[in-house]
Write a protein that binds this ligand. Sequence first.
Ligand code: CMX
Length: 138
Amino acid sequence: MTVRLDHIGIAVKDLDAAIRFYRDVLGLELERVEEVPEERVRVAIFKVGGVHIELLQGTDPESAVSKFIERRSEGVHHIAIHVDDVDAKTEELKARGVTLTYDKPRDVSGGTRRINFVHPKSAFGVLLEILTRREGSE
Ligand code: CMX
């Protein structure tokens, strides 16, 4: 069973400015920049040891990330934990009374990741992403 910290998501207003800081000032390795239309975000992914830092900018005002920034300002938005089977984990957590944002996990990034979220009210104030990466994707 592979349970591990996968990434830390940070909500930012200006992705390009944030990339300049994390890559050029801090010196982190930028792995890729991609759009995740299913979640209405553009993300920049940095490799930090075996974990990633994911900078997120909302692509429209209704995006969860845009709403988060408007309500609470920029900052740590979620912590993501990799599990072997996000579908099974979703069902297990639901059976234990945990509130998840999606009834069933959804595929994102061309099907390379399957994700769900535990609502912060069920996780002591932290939005927790649970995800399973498909074979071959990092
Ligand atoms: N971390 C901690 N608390 C959060 C939060 C976050 N990221 N987002 C919202 N909250 C808190 C709010 O501050 C609020 O708390 P109070 O009631 O104490 O003020 C409460 O949660 C609001 O909850 P809500 O009314 O149910 O819902 P919101 O409209 O604020 O939406 C959430 C919150 C988590 C349901 C929504 O953001 C969501 O569905 N998120 C999952 C999808 C997502 O975040 N996608 C972006 C990332 C995609 C990616 O990684 O690719």
